[in-house]
Design a protein around this ligand. Structure first.
Ligand code: NZQ
Ligand code: ZN
Length: 380
């Protein structure tokens, strides 16, 4: 096992009705005036907005609202949030929504204390401070509720880049699986693909020993099994709960600890797809992953054989990849570029975009533009 430091400061408050404690929790965290960040209309339709604001009132928490965060949050809206946070002099951020809302809130938290434009921190400047971020999660997928990442798209340059900093781990995140009951089937499928992607990137590219490999396999199997239940019976609380906690564990540092150097090539390529075409992140990953696996498997055949065997009871690595792709098809996630309306003629453009991120992530040597284009051609 490789050496590592594991420190995850986010407190998780998990279970039924826990969102009703939000005001109290914010008060205990020392906050009294927050920027309340949310998405389009899902929290109003579900009644969550009413419950959250009631709890804020009951606990004398003042708030300003920054609504309308889009799925795949954009820089212009983030900048507007930064301006509002500065003007209102808030002492923290309250994010209620999915990964997009949480990520934009994290970015605003950085921008609010920064002397310069928030985008600088997405293109390499080190984050040295951020306002506290507290969250109520409504869709389980990204792991943003318990990690230090935030992904924003600069819509002018079509760059979907991230910050990764200990300063933006949420202070606490409230996870009530029942809040995810209204997530539509397509997003339930995309969320499953995303959670699987988060664990398999390190599994295939790192050097995990038995413990980490088994952790990953357990998360993959849990995500698959619970997704099938969720799609068949959306009201199944226990399946929602297992899925939700599984998705959190998939990207909170646990499975990566001790695996040594590893990379996130599927995410690097997917971010180009959602930057250019604004497709859901999990949908893009369902297209990229089988293609990348077919390209990468000959380099690490043993771990692909292990995956095939442990997840699907199959013998060959190729059969395992095919089984995973078939499962994506079964849950109605797209697995080919055309299914997401992306023409094969755009492959060079997508590869050039992804190569920019590969450079930022330090994996340009293994993934030059030509290699990325080769991988994308396997998704035609
Ligand atoms: O805007 P509203 O109305 O809230 O609707 C949202 C949105 O349309 C809806 N939704 C959320 N909760 C719901 C619900 N609908 C019904 N009932 C509910 N309970 O679902 C849609 C998708 O929400 P979004 O937040 O975009 O989904 P997700 O959580 O998958 O987040 C995706 C974003 O996170 C980034 C992705 O790139 C993408 O931008 N990621 C963030 C990561 C991180 N911070 O660590 C890692 C990931 O790899 C990923 O890159
Ligand atoms: Zn992801």
């Amino acid at each position: 096992m490789f050496d590592f430091t594991f420190h995850n400061p986010t407190r998780i408050i998990f279970g039924k009705d826990k969102e009703n404690q939000i005001g109290q929790e914010l008060k205990q965290a020392g906050l009294s005036r927050v920027l309340f960040v949310y998405g389009r209309d899902s929290i109003k339709r579900s009644g969550l907005y009413e419950r959250v604001t009631q709890s804020l009132k009951d606990n004398n928490i003042a708030w300003m609202e920054h609504a309308g965060v889009s799925s795949n949050p954009v820089l212009s809206h983030t900048r507007a949030g930064v301006a509002l946070a500065k003007e209102a002099g808030v002492d923290g951020l309250l994010a209620v929504g999915g990964g997009s809302v949480l990520d934009e809130a994290k970015a605003i938290a950085v921008g609010a204390l920064a002397p310069d434009d928030v985008w600088n921190y997405f293109i390499g400047k080190e984050v040295t401070a951020a306002l506290p971020v507290c969250t109520v999660l409504t869709i389980a997928a990204t792991g943003s509720e318990m990690n230090g990442n935030a992904v924003i798209t600069n819509e002018e340059t079509q760059q979907k880049y991230n910050i990764s900093s200990s300063h933006v781990y949420p202070r606490f995140s409230i996870l009530n699986p029942a809040l995810t009951r209204t997530v539509p089937p397509d997003y339930s499928a995309y969320s499953a693909v995303d959670a699987i992607a988060h664990v398999i990137e390190g599994y295939f590219t790192g050097q995990g020993v038995g413990l980490q490999n088994r952790l990953v396999e357990t998360i993959v199997k849990t995500v698959m099994a619970t997704t099938e239940v969720i799609l068949a019976r959306p009201d199944d609380y226990d399946a929602r709960a297992e899925f939700m906690w599984g998705a959190t564990l998939a990207l909170n540092g646990l499975t990566k600890s001790g695996i040594g150097p590893h990379a996130f090539p599927n995410h690097m390529i997917e971010h180009a797809l959602s930057a250019i075409y604004n497709i859901p992140h999990g949908a893009g990953l369902a297209i990229v992953m089988p293609a990348w696996m077919r390209w990468f498997a000959p380099r690490r055949p043993a771990i692909f054989e292990r995956f095939a065997h442990r997840i699907f009871g199959l013998r060959s690595g190729d059969d395992g990849i095919e089984a995973l792709e078939r499962w994506f098809v079964a849950i109605k996630a797209p697995t080919r570029l055309a299914e997401a309306g992306i023409p094969a003629g755009d492959i060079e453009k997508i590869a050039a975009n992804a190569a920019g991120l590969a450079a930022v992530w330090g994996i340009a040597q293994e993934y030059p533009k030509e290699v990325i284009a080769d991988i994308l051609r396997l998704a035609v």
